[in-house]
Ligand binder design. Structure first.
Ligand code: C2O
Ligand code: CU
Ligand code: CU
Length: 477
């Protein structure tokens, strides 16, 4: 039986070096079944617990993926065996880590990444939130076959942020992400470095998602999403924490689900950033929504709690327990989280307006995605107002490649903007009957002489909708 050595080591060592845990244990399935009489006198056996759904009777230490530099990095997408919830489980992962290794780079660094396709189907990887040219963006038309490779080469030229990477394969994105292919891509810069935010063991990436497992405990794909939460590929995770502030870099890798994040004791936490990096000022909040592909940069202060306190990170929408923080060690944290975080230059005076109607599960403005059709052209370097509306099957988390944007307004539906929607964004949640307006300017890359450097996508990041065709190609010219 082959398992991931680093994961096991991580589990045995514990994240902070002071946990003595083994995740070994066996799945306990409720053995009894209930017989239910149906209309025609038929008997249907309904197991008390849905077959295949792992029962988290134990909590497991949160897995922290290894960190890597994007310089001379090889990323291999491959089926692997992970040790999940006390048993082995086959998943698809990057470099045999689920989630994939956390890529960390600084603004100005060069990324030279070699993607290797170890799956039995085509794939391509996209750097979500990274502003790179259209040839390096992981457009589905550049998918590589099983056994193929692709090299990416780009310079990182953007503010500090938590971005991420995941497959963007034509009509296969949902399956490939659901099976485990996703990882965090963190960018640092001098502004962030000057703030003295919690770092080292006090900065923790949290990739939150839902998942499905088959009866044998293997990860399985369901287009509508999963029925059990995972954080960093760990079922029922816990994290031992000190009495100090922690910076959590939260990323939703869910297929379709929206999380409502809050602490089980109702305590407030501090929101400092989102998709496009640090906000202008920090904001205390007690809950936040996180749609697929959205990110949250939050500070949780465990300083006021006695050792022995357990605090749950919850999803208020399902009531799920996502991650338990166990306060296990007393330390003195003399730092404070600054209120003023960064400068956000406001976009203004749009020269053009475009409207995108997200219709049903598969269309934007009446069209299903066509890999080779370019639906519109956007002039380089000007500010435009883009308006998003819905016609059925919402929510739609709308995502744009090639630039970050600033949300201006939401009318209808929830009728307001939330603190986590200020600053720079690349994904915005559109609930039923909402109209959202954003300002956007593509000022980094454009196509010239048909070189394709300005080819980008706008799509719904509900992966089921994306795969069904709720996506559009456009070109910055
Ligand atoms: Cu996260 Cu077009 O993708
Ligand atoms: Cu993207
Ligand atoms: Cu959608």
């Amino acid at each position: 039986m082959k398992t991931k050595q680093h994961r096991i080591e991580n589990e045995q060592k514990g994240i902070m070096g002071h946990m003595q845990i083994t995740r070994r244990g066996f799945l306990k399935v409720a053995g009894t079944a209930t017989l239910v009489a149906l209309g025609g006198g038929q008997l249907l056996s309904i197991p008390e617990v849905q077959a295949g759904k792992p029962i988290p009777t134990t909590r497991y230490p949160l897995y922290i993926p290894p960190t890597v530099s994007p310089n001379s990095l090889t990323l291999t997408e491959t089926p692997t065996t992970e040790y999940i919830g006390g048993r082995t489980s086959s998943v698809w992962s990057y470099n045999s880590s689920f989630p994939g290794p956390t890529i960390i780079a600084s603004n100005g660094d060069t990324a030279t990444i070699n993607l290797v396709n170890g799956l039995s189907q085509e794939t391509i990887t996209h750097w979500h939130g990274m502003i790179v040219d259209g040839l390096n963006d992981g457009h589905p038309k550049y998918a590589i076959p099983s056994g193929g490779t692709k090299s990416y080469n780009f310079t990182i030229n953007q503010r500090a942020a938590l971005n991420w990477y995941h497959p963007h394969t034509h009509m296969l994105t949902n399956e490939q992400v659901a099976m485990g292919l996703a990882g965090a891509f963190i960018i640092r810069d001098n502004v962030e470095n000057g703030l003295g935010l919690p770092s080292g063991n006090y900065e923790v990436p949290l990739v939150v998602r839902d998942a499905s497992f088959d009866a044998a405990g293997n990860m399985t794909y369901r287009s509508g999403g999963g029925d059990i939460p995972m954080v960093n590929g760990t079922l029922s995770p816990y994290l031992n924490v000190d009495t100090a502030r922690y910076r959590f870099r939260v990323l939703s890798g869910a297929q379709n689900r929206i999380f409502g994040l809050a602490l089980g004791n109702g305590a407030s936490f501090t929101l400092i950033g989102n998709d496009g990096g640090l906000l202008e000022t920090s904001v205390p909040i007690t809950r936040m929504d996180l749609a697929p592909a959205e990110r949250a940069d939050i500070i949780i202060d465990f300083g006021g709690y006695p050792v022995g306190t357990n605090i749950m990170l919850k999803d208020l929408r399902t009531g799920w327990d996502l991650l338990e923080f166990k306060v296990t060690r007393s330390v003195t944290d003399t730092g404070t989280t600054p209120t003023a975080l960064s400068t956000i230059t406001k976009l203004s005076n749009p020269v053009n307006t475009r409207t995108f109607n997200f219709e049903g599960m598969s269309k934007i403005n009446g069209k299903v995605y066509d890999l080779n059709r370019i639906d519109f052209q956007v002039p380089f370097g000007v500010t435009e107002l883009w308006r998003f509306t819905t016609k059925g099957a919402a929510p739609h988390p709308v995502h744009i490649h090639g630039a970050s944007f600033q949300i201006q307004s939401r009318t209808g539906g929830r009728g307001q903007l939330f603190p986590w929607e200020s600053g720079w964004k690349d994904t915005v949640l559109l609930e039923d009957s909402e109209t959202v307006e954003i300002l956007i300017s593509f000022d980094k890359f454009r196509s010239e002489g048909g070189d394709g450097k300005g080819l980008y996508l706008i799509h719904c990041h509900r992966l089921e909708h994306e795969d069904k065709g709720m996506m559009s190609n456009f070109e910055v010219v």
